[in-house]
Design a protein around this ligand. Structure first.
Ligand code: PEP
Length: 263
């Protein structure tokens, strides 16, 4: 299977509709000049997806970008109901989302999402045909205590509970060590590769080699134009979940170019 590198921009709580529109206009200007990037997207060597705040998703939907995909940063597992402040998966689908980020460490650690909640969300997304970008990763204490892999295993296996192999193939996993998110501290290429390879081995154990080789595993945590090529050049890293550096067209495009250089 040809490798298709996914560069996913998690905007977190940045950019309302106006800023989103001007980002897309600026991005388009760059893409018009950079034929190589558009060609790589059309030929499925590279995929770009943006995850703005919910309120800005309609802007992406209306812009109807030819080559960029988009998704939500979270979703509830129920389709509708008395869940003030929540958004459902059918609602994201109505706005043309291709993905939904689930179990981001900020959701787990700031908003108290448990493995069980993440698991229900993953199941609901897959049942509706929406691909989850499932985030897993250890805190610094967990890493220093030698527990990084057991945490990754627990989070991943819990999220995969009840997921069959056909559905598992639709999942994108993002390995995001909590200590590297928004801190400017990146995992070394070797540490990131080791964790992503471990995640692939868990897929192999559970679903067999075919699913394991096809599943896309991203690294996330202070990815920037300087460290992107080293990380994306690793055999088990199929893309990146990018926070801060996806907020400016310039740095996002620089990362895309770095990805192209290691394809
Ligand atoms: C993220 O939001 O998932 C992330 C990895 O952020 P940053 O790139 O800013 O560390």
């Amino acid at each position: 299977m040809e490798r298709c590198v996914l560069l996913a921009g998690n905007w977190k709580m940045h950019k309302g509709p106006k800023e989103t529109r001007s980002f897309l206009e600026d991005l388009d200007k760059v893409l018009e000049l950079e034929n190589g990037i558009t060609e790589a997207i059309v030929s499925k060597k590279i995929e770009l997806a943006l995850f703005p705040p919910f309120i800005s998703i309609p802007t992406l939907c209306d812009f109807n970008h030819k080559v960029i995909k988009w998704g939500g940063q979270n979703a509830h597992w129920e389709e509708k109901g008395a869940f003030t402040g929540e958004i459902s998966i059918p609602m994201l689908l109505e706005l043309g989302c291709s993905y939904v980020i689930l179990g981001h460490s900020e959701r787990r650690h700031i908003f108290g999402e448990t493995d069980e909640m993440v698991s229900k969300k993953v199941t609901a997304a897959l049942d509706h045909g929406l691909s989850p970008v499932l985030c897993v990763g250890e805190t610094l204490d967990e890493r220093n205590g030698g527990n990084a892999f057991s945490v990754i295993r627990r989070q991943l296996l819990s999220a995969l509970e009840g997921v069959d192999s056909t559905k598992a193939a639709q999942i994108v996993v993002a390995y995001e060590p909590v200590w590297a998110i928004g801190t400017g501290r990146t995992a070394s290429d070797t540490d990131a590769q080791e964790a992503c390879s471990f995640i692939r081995s868990l897929f192999a154990e559970r679903y067999g080699q075919d699913v394991a080789s096809g599943v896309r595993i991203l690294y996330g945590g202070s990815v920037n134009p300087k460290n992107a090529a080293g990380l994306l050049g690793q055999p088990d890293i199929d893309g990146a979940l990018i926070g801060g550096a996806s907020l400016s067209v310039e740095s996002y495009i620089e990362i895309v170019k770095e990805a192209l250089s290691v394809l």
